[in-house]
Design a protein around this ligand. Sequence first.
Ligand code: HEM
Length: 344
Amino acid sequence: EAAIPFHGERQSGLTAPQFPTTRLLAFDVPPVSTTADRTALRDLLAAWTRLLSGTAAGSPPDPRLRGDAGPPRFAALVGLGPALAARLELAVPAGLTEPPAFPGDRLDPARGGGDLLLQLSADDQWTPSVLAELATTAARSAGAALRWSQSGFLPRTEPDVTPRNLFGFKDGTANPDEEAARQWVWGPPGPHEHATVLVYRRIRMDTAAFAALPEEQQNAAMGRRIGDGAPLTGAAEHDEPDLYAKHPDGAYVIPATAHVRLTGPRLDGGARMLRRGYSYDDAPDDRGLLFVAFMRDTAQFTRVQSRLADRDALNPFLAHTASAVAYVLPGAPEGTVLGEHLFS
Ligand code: HEM
């Protein structure tokens, strides 16, 4: 299979199809001085660029990355947290803000937040694991410390088949096309045109309790059918949900508390986010969804999550246990280094 180039207008972690395994890492940059911290960040982004681009191009700095099944295929994503950006006075988009606290949140600060975010995805855990080790060593040399790390996975599917989450539903169906993404996911023309904002939520799911519901109730909670992912008002996965359709008794076919109704762009002036979530399994009673979504402005997440926290039919089965946001840097075209535009 073809290598995934590291260099490009956009980072590979957003443009490559979703790989079956992922690892997210977050680092803190303890303050020294603005000047010293800016230099350290610049050096670290250069070191990560060398590590990731060299490995992707088939000349890794470590023999464990030579790959017995050909050069490593992986996708990478690097982002900066809002506190670091503010402290170092970096020109990040105004839409990079921390979401507020939501009712029902049970956030563990040790599993969320962070000044630097790195996501590594591949066919298996080998390449992300070794790259994470090397990236962490480079971060330490620049004075940054690992804050949290989280791994996730997807079921194996044929290409272009939407993967399922641990409730059993296809997840990622209603993602924006390129035209909608230009308006709602990527920045406006200018320095952030190929940048975006990542919102991460670690959401524990009571999968056993949900699986014990009759299938009708599972479908009603989602507003889609668990089997084929089609909306309750449609016949096929990609049919547009009809939020206005009613049963003869006057009740909505897609119920008022259905996840698909509360999250859809119709309620939100057309706003869309690009979801590239993963499942996680850290213990039998700690499994769920790594909600990973990309958007121009954190406010998009906040609007949707406010509605969900209020009345999503999935709520009895969910607990948000961690949160992070990051400015996802534009890609580094050939011959350039990630984040250079921030320092010129
Ligand atoms: C749609 C599952 C949390 C935003 C969906 C769909 C499923 C799903 C199965 C329908 C298929 C699809 O379009 O992908 C879940 C589960 C969650 C969760 C299991 C928690 C564990 C969230 C959160 C947000 C969110 C926290 C944002 C605040 C959306 C959006 C859509 C969607 C924007 C697409 C709606 C549309 O355009 O029709 N989700 N979701 N979801 N979800 Fe979630």
